[in-house]
Design a protein around this ligand. Sequence first.
Ligand code: ADP
Ligand code: MG
Length: 235
Amino acid sequence: LEEEVRRSDRLKTIGQIAAGTAHEIRNPLTAIKGFMQLLSKSLIDRDMDKEQEFVGIVLSELDRVNDLVSDFLLLSKPKEIKQVSMKIGEVLQEILPMIRNEALLYNVTVLYYPKPGLSPILADKELLKQVFLNLGKNAIEAMDGGGNLIIREFSSPCEPDKIALEFRDTGPGIPADVLDKVFDPFFTTKPQGTGLGLSVCQRIVHDLRGNIEVASDRNGTQFIVWLPCFEGPTD
Ligand code: ADP
Ligand code: MG
């Protein structure tokens, strides 16, 4: 019975996410249609600058639709995960250049503290990269005008079977009443946000049998991702 309740809860959640996604897709589609209409008019006047601008907007709105659909698929479809042994730092290194690039645009300094000698973790690299990228982007977006993003690897004797990666920022922090909602699908405080980033992060981390924690005050916000250690033979 418990299993059935869980299944029906899950279907209900998927239904809500589907409805939300359909709704969110309407906005970019409306924009795409509008700018294509402007473009077709502009093709008569031959205003190249305008044409360029409209095509640029259409392309970025198409990216947005694509991102929404990818996030929706990730949230609704139980994906088969292949967990293999890897170093948490190696996964991070693959997306660090992207995070540093984004940080430049916001005047944010990225400080990375690897911890030598940590056990390998069991994870799915592509999914984990998506988690780290989302957390990094959120931290940077919270610090418009500058700040520090500190990314730190650590382990704790209280969680001997897990390895942690912390994303700490010096942004404005998340008010207590908002903190409860940040993992909800479609919860966003950004004009252009989808509100799916953290739901996707949480979903992936849970699927990997890890957990994700958030703490925040006026000095900034901290997200910690805990992932299971690989306990097999080491090389
Ligand atoms: P989105 O980034 O599209 O808004 P997310 O699910 O990634 O969606 O984040 C949801 C909300 O959580 C954000 O809109 C923001 O209000 C809050 N949030 C997430 N990370 C941070 C952070 N590091 N600092 C401040 N607020 C944050
Ligand atoms: Mg986000």
